[in-house]
Design a binder for this molecule. Structure first.
Ligand code: NAP
Length: 285
C-alpha cells in the first residue's frame, strides 16, 4: 500500500515518519514546501507521480486563536485544501483519511461525544474543520473522517509548554474548566494505520481513553517529570483567549466500540510513555 501523508512536519506527520520503518508498504510524507494543499495543480502533479492507494490528510491550519482574526486563511487551508485533496482522491480512487477535531462540538453536553452527536462549533477553527468534513464527504466516497482531541507528539504542544514553564517559574496557572482527552500522536497514527487497511468508511473518534481538565493534565505532566512546580487551577476567563473553546469535548470512540472494540489506552499511560521517550532537554526548546 502506498500512502501519502500531508502536513508531514506537523505532530501527526512526524508520528507517521516514526512509523515508516516498520510499515511494509510505502509512506510518502510530504511537508508543506513539497505539497501545499491549497495549490490544486501541485496536488494533481503529486498524485500523478505517486498514484497513492490512500492519503492521510493531516495538513491543517491549527492556530485556534489566530484563526479568529484570519478566518480566510483557516478556511483556505482547511476547506479548499481538503477539497483539493478529496478531488484528487476521487480521480485516483484513493482512500482518504481526513483529520478533524473535538472542536467541532460546542461542549454543552456532559457525557462523551459519539460520532452520532450533532456538531456545533464555537470558533472559526472548529467551523473550518467541520466544513472540511462536509466538503470531503461530498466529493470522496472512500472516506474516513477521524476526529481527535488535545494532540501531543513531536512538535509544539501543551506538554512541552508546561515542562518549559515549570523549569522557569515557581508556580503556574492552568485552566480547570475545560475537559477533554489528551491524545498521543503515536497512538493516533497506529489507530489510523489500522483503520486505513479496512473498507469500513465513515466517521470515527480516535482519542486516548479517559478525560481530564487542562489543570489535571498539567499536574500529571509535572508528576511524571518529577518537577515540584505548583499549579494553580483557574477559570478560562483568566486568560483573554481570542477563540471560545468547548467546556467539555470528551470524545467517545464509539464507532470502534461498535466495530470490534476500542483498543486505545488511557491518556495517563500514553503520557507516561511519551515523557519516558522524550529526549533529555527537549522541553527547554
Ligand atoms: N493539535 C491538536 O490538538 C489537534 C486536535 C484535534 C485535531 N487536530 C487535527 O489533527 C491534524 C494534525 O494536527 P497536528 O497537531 O499534527 O497539527 P500541526 O502540528 O499544527 O501540523 C499541521 C501541519 O500542516 C501544515 N500545513 C499548514 N498549511 C498547509 C498547507 N497549505 N499545505 C500543506 N501543509 C500545510 C503545517 O505546515 P508548516 O509547518 O509548514 O506550517 C504543519 O506542519 C490536523 O488536521 C488538526 O486539525 C489537532
Amino acid at each position: 500500500m502506498k500512502i501519502i501523508v500531508t502536513g508531514g512536519a506537523g505532530q501527526l506527520g512526524r508520528a507517521f515518519a516514526a512509523l515508516a520503518g516498520s510499515f511494509a508498504g510505502q509512506l510518502v510524507i510530504l511537508e508543506s514546501h513539497a505539497l501545499d494543499v491549497t495549490n490544486l495543480a501541485q496536488v494533481h502533479s503529486i498524485f500523478h507521480q505517486v498514484r497513492p492507494d490512500a492519503v492521510i490528510h493531516a495538513a491543517a491550519y491549527t492556530a485556534v486563536d489566530a484563526a479568529e482574526a484570519a478566518p480566510e486563511e483557516a478556511f483556505r487551508v482547511n476547506v479548499i485544501g481538503t477539497r483539493n485533496i478529496a478531488a484528487a482522491c476521487l480521480q485516483y480512487d484513493s482512500k482518504l483519511v481526513y483529520l478533524s477535531s473535538d472542536y467541532v462540538f460546542d461542549g454543552r453536553q456532559s457525557r462523551p461525544y459519539t460520532e452520532f452527536d450533532c456538531p456545533n462549533p464555537l470558533n472559526v477553527y472548529g467551523r473550518s474543520k467541520l466544513e472540511g468534513e462536509f466538503i470531503a464527504a461530498r466529493i470522496c466516497p472512500r472516506l474516513f473522517i477521524v476526529r481527535t482531541s488535545w494532540l501531543y507528539g513531536d512538535g509544539h504542544n501543551f506538554v512541552r509548554t508546561i515542562l518549559k514553564l515549570a523549569r522557569e517559574r515557581e508556580y503556574l496557572t492552568v485552566v480547570n474548566d475545560q475537559t477533554g482527552t489528551p491524545t498521543y500522536a503515536a497512538d493516533l497514527a497506529q489507530g489510523i494505520m489500522a483503520l486505513i487497511e479496512t473498507d469500513g468508511f465513515g466517521t470515527y473518534h480516535l482519542s486516548n481513553g479517559g478525560y481530564c481538565t487542562w489543570y489535571d493534565f498539567a499536574q500529571e505532566i509535572l508528576r511524571l517529570a518529577g518537577l515540584p512546580t505548583v499549579v494553580q487551577p483557574v477559570s478560562t476567563g483568566t486568560f483573554a483567549a481570542a477563540a471560545l473553546r468547548p467546556r467539555y469535548s470528551v470524545l467517545r470512540n464509539y464507532m470502534l466500540e461498535l466495530s470490534g472494540g476500542d483498543y486505545f489506552r488511557c491518556w495517563q499511560e500514553a503520557l507516561a510513555d511519551y515523557i519516558a521517550k522524550m529526549p533529555l532537554g527537549i522541553s527547554e526548546r
